[in-house]
Ligand binder design. Sequence first.
Ligand SMILES: *[C@@H]1O[C@H](CO)[C@@H](O)[C@H](O)[C@H]1NC(C)=O
Ligand SMILES: *[C@H]1O[C@@H](CO)[C@H](O)[C@@H](O)[C@@H]1NC(C)=O
Ligand SMILES: CC(=O)N[C@H]1CO[C@H](CO)[C@@H](O)[C@@H]1O
Length: 573
Amino acid sequence: MEISKPLLCLVLFLCLNFIDNNGVEASHIISPEYQTLKTTTLKTTNVDQKLRTGYHFQPPSHWINAPMYYKGFYHLFYQYNPYGSIWGNIVWAHSYSTDLINWIPLEPAIFPSKPFDINGTWSGSATILPGNKPVILYTGLDTKFRQVQNIAFPKNLFDPLLREWIKPDYNPVIDPTKTMNASAFRDPTTAWYGKDGHWRILIGHKRDTRGIAELYKSRDFKTWTRSKHPLHSGANTGMWECPDFFPVSLKGKNGLDTSVMGNNIKHVLKVSLDLTRFDYYTVGHYFPQKDRYIPDPMSVDNSKGLRFDYGNFYASKTFFDYKKSRRILLGWANESDTQMDDIKKGWAGIQTIPRMLWLDTDGKQVVQWPIEELKTLREHPIYLSNVPLAEGAKVEIQGITSAQADVEVTFELPKSYDMEPFDPTWVDAEQLCGKKDASVKGALGPFGLLALASENTQEYTAIFFRVFKTAKKPVVLMCSGGKRSSLKTDLYKPSYGGFVDADLSSGTISLRSLIDNSVVESFGAGGKTVITSRVYPTLAMGSKAHLYLFNNGEVPVTVKKLDAWSMRKPRLN
Ligand SMILES: *[C@@H]1O[C@H](CO)[C@@H](O)[C@H](O)[C@H]1NC(C)=O
Ligand SMILES: *[C@H]1O[C@@H](CO)[C@H](O)[C@@H](O)[C@@H]1NC(C)=O
Ligand SMILES: CC(=O)N[C@H]1CO[C@H](CO)[C@@H](O)[C@@H]1O
């Protein structure tokens, strides 16, 4: 079987194109000695630390995820090759944490060992059953290389670290039927419990070019029956990977347990589209009696729809953190440098900072914000206020480690201003950001940050806003990344972009950027639009990185306030 593109949520992708230390091209090899593996240690070999992120989750080399909270600890399971050098033997590696920021590694939880998963232990999800009993559903590749769904239980519920997992022999619990494509049937979701006494899960699937969220039901979590029709599907969207389905409250920021139903809630369905390699979501209504989910009429239901993140972000997953009553989103940001660079670095792929996620007050989109625990890494605060940014301004922010920082800035707009007219054919924000990058003058904007900038700004990652006039409310564009992010020419350097549903009537707009050596995660307008860029500066590294505020628009703006911090390195595996 040839793996031409990644097949798994989050983790597996990281291992693609990986080449071992001798320069031997990776292939999908199963190492028999690993199939009886009892223990392993994660080892760090030949790792280049220069652009390695400081506070974003990484194993010593590769990885993925399925998060949960149990008895005082957060658990993160991620896909990992214990040999760290060749593709194959993907196991569920396991780390735990008390704050989602510092992570301590454990031994792998699940690895190929039985006929129902001998060819692979791929992505899945955790559910906490009544009586506080965690259970994992995951995709196994069986002896015939079919994608089947398996169950695993902790061996000892008194071990809060959930170190050992048992796979009962009655696996697989779900087989693809004969008419289903067994190579496109994976990534079971967290289960939710219905009033009718049935557990339900979704499994990603496709039929021809139609993407499908198959619905399965069970009374006992063991015998699963496929629903007559899927929960939802989409024409011409291709394989739906890593579906995620959860309720959101119409009131406030608190998260809801996955089984919660009621009047004051809506549901969110997220799918990772293998065709475009981005995560899309809709907001809508779930009808449990009919086993249907219907997106709201204004919620675009395809690859033109809303994204959690308009940058480098895929195979994300949420979980309900009942310790703090919040829903938390984690996503995977792959490397976008060259294969040769990844070989030299010896590691590939990071996880975004866990984000709290809730429904916006207008009920049309979600809002995200880095979890509060991230603040524990902040040090050396600096504060600025009322900094004028006239046309052409570039103001350096000094006093922090610019390569590893957290920056929160609020821009104030003048009382009245001119804007460029918005052309209604500009539907693709990323394209527009490419055309009108930070160097292209405007009226209101571009203004924002130049992160990971070299001393004379030959190199920089620009994160900025540009505001356009329409007959109705102004259109706000947010951009991140771009070709100036690295002097290297053979790189994928997109100018990611998203429109921001910002309310400018307050006269301000905010931006927060988490800068970490080779990643910039930015939250526009309080988290209404989020963009993650992986970037690979050649000059702006470590102490040579600078950070600037800039305005390249005719309209002067003011930095009403800016708070910035150096970020410490947490314990990471
Ligand atoms: C089944 O899915 C695989 C993986 O996406 C695809 O390559 C193959 O063409 C599909 N087979 C059929 C019969 O659609
Ligand atoms: C991440 O890497 C870039 C550059 O190689 C690709 O273009 C993206 O498709 C890829 N993203 C994912 C989710 O695989
Ligand atoms: C591609 C591959 O490694 N397939 C293996 C799947 O599992 C069977 C049974 O162990 C092996 O015989 C195949 O080689």
